[in-house]
Write a protein that binds this ligand. Structure first.
Ligand code: MLT
Length: 325
């Protein structure tokens, strides 16, 4: 706590600006808290960009999975960490967009308690199901889900996660309530979808490409206006007759509030270099990730984007009639 206060005071006095400490940063490994299980979309994105950022920073980026409460446990821990650039977080549309509307007692404010570093990847949402789920296409899916809602299990990564909120949108539009099964992330949820223990999920594309291509799960639609080059055979929700269901997610790097500006700038630069690195880009694109470009890479853009996301998700969640945790 004392260290946190001293760092904050130093930052406020501008002692970091151009100073030796900032120039030397980082002198030891940097931890990135991923608030979901290993192997899921947020973890995969953190590891892909982190690997390249490590090279630029000359220090290892260590991913720490701190799971629970739809990602809000890990982000709470990160928000309260010493703001010295050695603890960062990979947040996303759930933790920094939907969470305030679902957790009235949330211990962080996505719009105030962070230094936004930059967007790491956009992640289109797909409606997927276990491979022997009966409907053949999206039209049949809609009819089947409406007729069999009480028998259907829907996997998600906890209240306010992307998979929870984006399926909330879907089930609200369809006028159904499914049985929800919460996991520590959609990595483990996907394992159960492949194993047939759960019926369906709304999930980020980067978690799904391999299993869809391999026929281990069924993809009904991608909820973006255009198909993804990573999954060219999967129709859009518009094509499939459900144009009102369009939603995308994103993952982004954040530092705790009062992390010195030169440190944040160094991290932003390393992230941007990672997104320009041909190997890193290819890995993200092959998984269907959308690589932020130009202005979208700035911390200022991310800060404004988070405000807009919090404002966007609040009425959607209220309309769905979900009571906060
Ligand atoms: C994860 O990494 O497991 C996800 O980002 C979970 C989610 O928000 O659906």
């Amino acid at each position: 706590m004392l260290k946190r206060t001293l760092v904050a005071a130093a930052a406020a006095l501008g002692l970091w600006a151009g100073g030796a400490l900032a120039q030397a940063y980082p002198t030891k490994p940097v931890t990135v808290i991923v608030p979901f299980a290993a192997g899921g979309p947020t973890d995969v994105i953190a590891r892909i960009v982190g690997e390249n950022m490590s090279k630029t920073l000359g220090q290892q980026i260590v991913v720490e999975n701190v799971v629970g409460a739809g990602g809000t446990t890990g982000i709470t821990r990160g928000a309260q960490a010493t703001p010295d650039g050695y603890t960062l977080m990979m947040g996303h549309m759930g933790t920094h967009g939907a969470a305030p509307a679902l957790y009235p007692n949330l211990k962080y404010d996505p719009t105030k308690d962070f230094e936004p570093i930059g967007l790491a990847a956009g992640t289109p949402i797909l409606i997927v199901a276990k491979k022997d789920f009966p409907p053949k296409d999206l039209k049949e899916f809609v009819a089947y889900v409406k007729a069999n809602a009480t028998k259907i299990n829907q996997a998600h990564a906890g209240i306010a996660s992307v998979s929870h909120t984006t399926c909330l949108m879907l089930t609200h539009q369809l006028g159904v309530k499914l049985t929800e099964v919460a996991y520590r992330g959609t990595g483990p949820a996907l394992n159960d979808l492949v194993g047939g223990q759960v019926d369906l999920m709304c999930d980020q594309i980067v978690n799904l490409v391999e299993q869809i291509k391999g026929g281990q799960i069924k993809a009904y639609a991608i909820a973006t206006p255009a198909r993804s080059p990573a999954l060219p055979d999967v129709p859009t929700t518009r094509e499939g007759g459900l144009p009102e269901y369009e939603v995308s997610a994103w993952n982004a790097l954040f530092a705790p509030k009062n992390t010195p500006a030169p440190v944040v700038a160094r991290l932003n630069d390393a992230l941007s270099k990672a997104l320009d690195d041909p190997t890193t880009r290819k890995r993200l694109l092959d998984l269907g990730g959308v690589v932020p470009e130009g202005q979208q890479r700035t911390g200022a853009y991310l800060g404004d984007f988070v405000k807009a996301e919090v404002a966007r998700w609040s009425p959607i969640i209220k309309a769905a009639g979900i009571v906060g945790q």
